[in-house]
Design a binder for this molecule. Structure first.
Ligand SMILES: NC(=O)c1ccc[n+]([C@@H]2O[C@H](COP(=O)([O-])OP(=O)(O)OC[C@H]3O[C@@H](n4cnc5c(N)ncnc54)[C@H](O)[C@@H]3O)[C@@H](O)[C@H]2O)c1
Length: 344
């Protein structure tokens, strides 16, 4: 079935806007490159020259040109812009985190749900082949019950090098540090792989000294299905080390290890009967494409949802669940690691 091309606009033309723009191209999405706006006009100009989008003079101008708008600004602008987009009756892709605080994220979600707008969030690991395959391995009855997960995520603090901006050290624009800004992905993956988190306890520290921007975090989590786990998230200064995650999941009869590329694996597994396996790259992609919601390319999936007037995924409700867990973790850290329930 063929569909009319979807007119795509961008609010914010920095690092992640460039990622989505390239991803749309790589995935061969059927789009028209509509307006793009950034108050940093040099950035907007470079983005438009590279991508073919039309540089606009205002947020409203972008929204008027588009069927669907990517909100790729720093976090504190997300809610205001999402509300502008949905008020105009357009579809919206909102980057993660939804907002700097849980209270604001809830307002955003209420308004998006009330509008009925097609919406997707930047929790792109929901489309990643390695996580899709790990989830299959965990839910396989042969694995037995899932018992424990060890999740570690580290990167250099993203206010330097190819992150050509420093808003992540400003609590008013970022909301918080490595847990909210970066590891909300990891909290979402814990939910995706293992299940609902009911309780948590967290310790954190702020080595860089940027007010409200924690850069070292360790949390323990209790899942509703009985499993337990740990999440460590670090913003260091080792520029020689690429941003990376290491995930080990222990089931009764299977161990799953992910230490390679977060999209293309390898995902390795070892079973109690002595069998083992590993999947990566094209083979991993081929096995997981049918498992992805729409497509393993999250941007292609979004465009398809808009073109077909169907709901996209992961939507703001999925993101809100991660915000609730993150908020409970921060509450715990503020009380020196006391146990906090996720729903209050
Ligand atoms: N999904 C992911 O994996 C992922 C990765 C990186 C960043 N992000 C998220 O994407 C968002 C942007 O991050 P980034 O790394 O692209 O930052 P960035 O600094 O590279 O780009 C943000 C841009 O937003 C612009 N901006 C600010 N207010 C605006 C407004 N009202 N209208 C239009 N543009 C405006 C800024 O001038 C800046 O150019 C953040 O919320 C971040 O958490 C998500």
């Amino acid at each position: 079935m063929t569909f009319d091309p979807v007119r795509i606009g961008f609010l914010g033309t920095g690092f992640i806007a460039t990622y989505h723009s390239k991803s749309l191209k790589r995935g061969g999405a059927n789009i028209v490159r509509a307006g793009a706006y950034d108050p940093d006009t040099n950035r907007a100009q470079s983005f438009c020259e590279a991508s073919g989008h039309v540089q606009c003079a205002s947020e409203d101008e972008v929204i008027a040109t588009a069927d669907a708008v990517y909100v790729c600004t720093w976090t504190s602008e997300h809610r205001r812009l999402v509300e502008k987009v949905i008020a105009a009756g357009k579809a919206v892709f909102c980057e993660k985190p939804l907002s700097p605080t849980l209270a604001e994220a809830k307002l955003l979600v209420e308004n998006v749900n009330a509008s009925g707008a097609i919406n997707q969030t930047g929790l792109v690991l929901r489309h990643a082949p390695s996580y899709l395959w790990a989830r299959e391995l965990i839910s396989d009855p042969k694995a037995g019950r899932v018992m424990n997960v060890v999740f570690r995520d580290d990167q250099f603090i993203p206010i330097q090098s190819y992150y050509a901006s420093d808003w992540r050290k400003d609590v008013d624009r970022a909301g918080a540090g490595t847990l909210l800004e970066h590891s909300i992905h990891d909290v979402d993956m814990l939910h995706f792989l293992i299940g609902d988190i009911t309780n948590t306890s967290m310790r954190s520290h702020n080595f860089h000294g940027h007010l409200g921007i924690e850069d070292s975090v360790s949390a323990t989590v209790q899942f509703a299905n009985g499993a337990v786990g740990t999440l460590s998230s670090i913003w260091h200064d080792n520029l020689t080390r690429p941003s990376q995650r290491s995930v080990e999941v222990f089931c009764e009869n299977r161990t799953i290890t992910m230490r390679g590329h977060e999209w293309f694996g390898p995902v390795e597994w070892h079973d109690s009967d002595g069998t083992s396996g590993s999947l990566a790259n094209d083979e991993l992609l081929a096995r997981t494409e049918p498992l992805a919601f729409g497509a393993t390319n999250a941007d292609v999936a979004f465009v398809h949802a808009v073109a077909t007037h169907t709901q996209a995924f992961p939507d703001v409700n999925v993101a809100l669940r991660a915000h609730m867990v993150v908020d409970a973790m921060y509450q715990s850290a503020a009380q020196n690691g006391t146990n906090v329930g996720v729903n209050g």
